[in-house]
Design a protein around this ligand. Sequence first.
Ligand code: GLY
Ligand code: MN
Ligand code: MN
Length: 454
Amino acid sequence: MLDGHGLDLSNIPDPSSVEERSSRQANIGQLCGEDSLLIIVNNPEATRSADVEYPYRASSDMLYFVGWERPDAVYCLANTSGELNSILFIPPRDVLKETWTGIRLGLDGAEKQFPIDRAVSIDEMSTVLRTLLDDCTNVFHQRGLLSEVDDIVDKALLETSRTRQRTGSGPANLCDPRPLVSELRLFKSESELELMRHSCKIASAAHIKAMRNASAGMAEFQLQAIIEGCFVYNGSQWSYPSIVGGGDNATILHYVENDSPISDGDLVLIDAGCEISGYASDITRTWPINGKFTKHQAILYQLVLDSQIAAISACKPGESFDAPHNAAKEVMAQGLLDLGIVEGPTLNEAMSPEQLGTYFMHRTSHWLGLDVHDVGVYAPDDEPRLLQQGMVLTIEPGLYFGAWRTDIEIDEKWAGIGIRIEDDVLITIDGHEVLTQDCPKTILELEGIIGVSS
Ligand code: GLY
Ligand code: MN
Ligand code: MN
């Protein structure tokens, strides 16, 4: 059974309510200001090959404000004459097309079930959008997703620049909505957090399932199948392509081939997370495929774990976004100094990109939410921002000793070891909550579970 391994996965939280999405729309409408029009274009479908498409994923902004999950949709929010008005352009009902691709909600159904004032056929978008544009001054639109919308906006701006001189009305400015939208999305509400907790719980169960069913000689894709099978079994899907790398493959940060056998004595690194109602989890665990860390694997693993725990301790309101990264680097550099892997003589020198950066070459954190690398500015005005309640970030230090490296000499005892440990952390009012706490990570816990199917 692809069950929860002791974790209760039965209570699937509801998606954000219509009321909550309405209030998000009210917030963004206020931020865009009077006489504005916000346009959100849903992701286009992507061709995989010939007439086969990739599974569709709506744009995160469309999910956040409207919850509409289907393609060929454009959302508009007009803030004019002191009122907010929302329109969703979508395909109307069409029995012939529905026979092939599924039943559509239609315009009436969309108006009843989604937080919009009006649903309008996508076939009428060019005319209606032009009217909306003519009624506003500031157009908040991210170009590049759908050329049809870009063209309508460009044309309206160009034509109005000529007539505005006389009429004093019409769109004058093209503004980027992303800075405003990302500030809203950066702070998670309780309903969003419930979804993220569930996403983290499913991902934890999937990692545990892989640990329990592991044995030397398995192929990386077999562990991937266990992990992703558990995602699907629990009503979710991956939030990014799973990374399953054994031995030296674990030292490639974004290894996705997952096509090699994992040899007895090797570590395997699994970086895999899922999404529920669009909300991502992002977990990495590294463990020995045969269930027992070698002495040298254990030394480096414990060092990464200590640095990860130090980084998590730095997750509290008022700390800078860089604090967890700096905490991780300090622990790691001191450990590598003690092992003679990096040179000092000072800790500061050991922490430099030339020393520690040779083996730990990525950042410790990124925001997490509707996107795995979620929106939100990390350093407004070039200063790392302060952590605040409601932000969710990952903590994922790693050490990588690729035997394949041609730029450095790696001592044989460390060669082929790649380790990353990644948890998802919510900043709370007085500290933090580790959303992925159900996923084991100490050496003792891991050795007690690998290959021990329950
Ligand atoms: N899974 C990609 C990352 O950890 O950032
Ligand atoms: Mn991550
Ligand atoms: Mn990850």
